[in-house]
Design a protein around this ligand. Structure first.
Ligand code: EPZ
Length: 434
């Protein structure tokens, strides 16, 4: 159990470097098995989800190790095409190994993936896309057995631009004979990162970032070096932290245009934003203006992953903000926890109404999922007094050393791994723990 101790009320000031992107890195780690190759990945964030992907690679017979921010993979030694249930359950992205293994081995044995509990997260679009390429997939009791004597290029029409299904289809299509066209593909920057990596591996494909991706063929290269792009949601998290706490924060190494929808709302809320290509400066008084209605949507719309973060920033705004969540059916599970701080939020179906309050007061909360947990930390930073967030490892699945990053910006935050003696005031902890 991770226990985040936060003493709120400090303004944030200074500069932070943005970590490598979790959601770009995970499908790239899966892509490393589509052909026998050695690759060196730079700027790989230290996250438990990345560790889980490395465990899967080792379990498949690959060599996978890390030195600092660089991960080395040798997939020439791949010797298995089955992933045990306990590794599949560690994260959602384990399912992307399905397309990668089909491309390489023509077979994959796996089970339904884990990941944040955000409501139903079916994989029907993944399966439909792989079947269109010629895979036969049997599902029984959560176990999946996929086989493809030969994958053949096809036109894949996605009902919804699913990020994961687009990634799975791109990887399997690299092992297919003939051209594949993915229509209504996801347009997220992570899809572009996967395209860049696949091109570096020798794949011939284009269109990532648009709704139509074409994969024409694959002539594997043996050795590749690739740098993971910056994490737009980690950048969004720090921007929302600065907005909600007040202060003057510079973020470095990000692609600011990837979070332009968030920056638009923070600007409307009264933050002063100076965005350059690889840097961003945000100045805020702390007490924001309401921003009207925010609706989450696939990229380039407002990202669902930033929804809890913007909500945290708006809790003390001087009025009413509405947030409509259209991507996941249960992505307001953090709301009751934020209300424990004194926030005034009403949820009605897919819409949360936030009525800004003067003050938030420190309390104990339970992290519900990765971004929900991060939102609780952000809200606690803007609250009076001490807060505690109990967390079964959600936040560290997606944020590398977020405690140190925030502390360097002037926040009072401490991460305790349960069982360690830390000398921090644990009075709130013992009285409020549920
Ligand atoms: C990716 O999840 C991200 N995860 C999520 O990040 C992100 O919230 C999400 O995309 C949307 O941007 C990774 O990249 C590892 P989807 P993914 O398939 O691929 C429905 C975070 O906090 N759907 O685009 O699982 C699904 O139920 C996380 O970092 C189907 O109906 O998202 C959901 O409603 C959490 N059938 C919607 O599509 C399918 O076969 C979007 O899902 C697949 C998806």
């Amino acid at each position: 159990m991770d226990i985040w101790h936060i003493r709120g009320g400090n303004c944030l000031e200074g500069t932070a470097q943005i970590q490598g992107s979790k959601n770009a890195c995970l499908p790239i780690l899966a892509a490393a098995v589509i052909a026998p190759l050695r690759c060196e990945l730079l700027r790989v964030p230290k996250l438990s989800d990345v560790d889980a992907a490395l465990k899967i690679l080792r379990c498949l017979g690959c060599t996978a190790g890390r030195r600092d921010e660089t991960v080395y993979i040798d997939s020439t030694t791949l010797s298995a095409c089955a992933i045990p249930h306990e590794l599949m359950a560690e994260m959602r992205s384990s399912v992307i190994f399905m397309g990668a293994l089909l491309a390489r081995c023509g077979e994959a044995w796996l089970s339904l993936p884990g990941g944040c509990r955000l409501g139903k997260r079916p994989i029907d679009l993944h399966l439909k896309a792989l079947r269109a390429l010629g895979a036969e997939i049997e599902e029984e009791g959560g176990e999946l057995h996929c086989r493809a004597g030969k994958l053949c290029g096809a036109v894949i029409e996605l009902r919804f631009p699913s990020v994961g299904a687009t990634e799975n289809a791109m990887l399997a299509a690299c092992g297919a004979k003939g051209e594949t066209i993915i229509r209504n593909a996801a347009r997220e920057p992570e899809i572009m990162a996967l395209q860049d990596f696949l091109r570096a591996l020798g794949a011939e494909l284009e269109g990532a970032g648009t709704a139509e991706i074409r994969i024409r063929g694959f002539h594997p290269r043996g050795c590749v070096q690739f740098k993971i792009p910056a994490d737009r949601i980690a950048a969004a998290t720090l921007a929302c932290a600065a907005a909600g706490c007040g202060g003057d924060v510079s973020l470095q190494g990000l692609e600011s245009q990837q979070i332009s929808t968030l920056l638009h709302f923070l600007n409307t809320a009264g933050c002063d934003i100076m965005a350059q290509h690889h840097a961003l400066r945000i100045r805020s008084e702390g007490r924001l203006q309401p921003v009207g209605t925010v609706v989450t949507a696939p990229y380039p719309g407002f990202p669902t992953d930033a929804q809890p973060l913007l909500m945290a920033a708006m809790l003390r705004a001087s009025g009413r903000t509405l947030i409509r969540e259209t991507i996941f059916e249960q992505r307001f599970r953090h709301v009751p926890e934020l209300c424990r701080l004194g926030a005034n939020i009403q949820v009605d179906g897919d819409t949360a109404e936030i009525l800004g309050v003067e003050r938030l007061s420190g309390t104990a909360m339970q992290a519900t999922d990765l971004r929900g947990g991060a939102a609780m930390i952000l809200a606690a930073l803007a609250a009076d007094g001490e807060s505690i967030v109990f967390d079964e490892g959600h936040v560290r699945r997606g944020y590398e050393d977020i405690d140190r990053t925030l502390e360097n910006l002037g926040a009072s935050i401490f991460l305790e791994h349960e069982g360690e003696d830390n000398g921090f005031n644990t009075a709130v902890q013992s009285s409020a723990r549920r």
